[in-house]
Design a protein around this ligand. Sequence first.
Ligand code: DX5
Ligand code: ZN
Length: 226
Amino acid sequence: MTSKIPPANGKISIAPSILSADLWQLGEEVRRVENAGADWLHVDIMDGHFVPNLSFGPALVRSLKGKTNLPLDVHLMVEHPAQFIKPFAQAGADLLTIHLEAQDDVCETFQQIRALGVKTGVSIKPDTDVAALKPVLEQVDLILVMSVYPGFGGQSFLPCSPERIKQVRQLITASQRNIWLEVDGGINAQTAPQVIAAGADALVAGNAIFSAKDPAGALNQIRQAS
Ligand code: DX5
Ligand code: ZN
């Protein structure tokens, strides 16, 4: 399997989260954001343990593969991600992001992801110390900083986030590795400027894009924040 996620290239990439899509017409919703100029599609997977909510499984990822050209950015908010790596990779995930706070051995899980030809991501919740990322920097293609407590779309951006994003950007620069810095939660035209100024180059946005009458306009407003 080869991943469609390109190496970080200094450009801002936007990943609409289908958690906020109208699931009755998911195919049409995905086509709408793809035509509007989205870069990736963010798929939030929740297990009811790691976060107090349930969402999708590998079957949903499989149903998207081949129907859209957008790379599939799969965010695993699950307590035991290791058992789900192969099913999601086979279903067509281009990037698999696991949480540093998950119960499984994260280093082993990254190796498993890599071995399947999928890009690796690591995410931290708002209360996790940024320094805890240091031991895994060599193993990841992307760091996902949560700017809300994970579990639900449509929450407000946490004001502590820009400082944390800056610290992650410093870690990435010091590592001399080409690592994406993605931010997830409460991103819209008002919050995007501070997120980009702090050093993010990939932005997840659910509500701001799927609830917009004009998704292309919403994407441009977020992108122009740079
Ligand atoms: C939250 C999810 C997010 C969420 C973002 O747990 O990881 O991806 O869908 O939605 P908005 O942009 O509405 O905060
Ligand atoms: Zn997410």
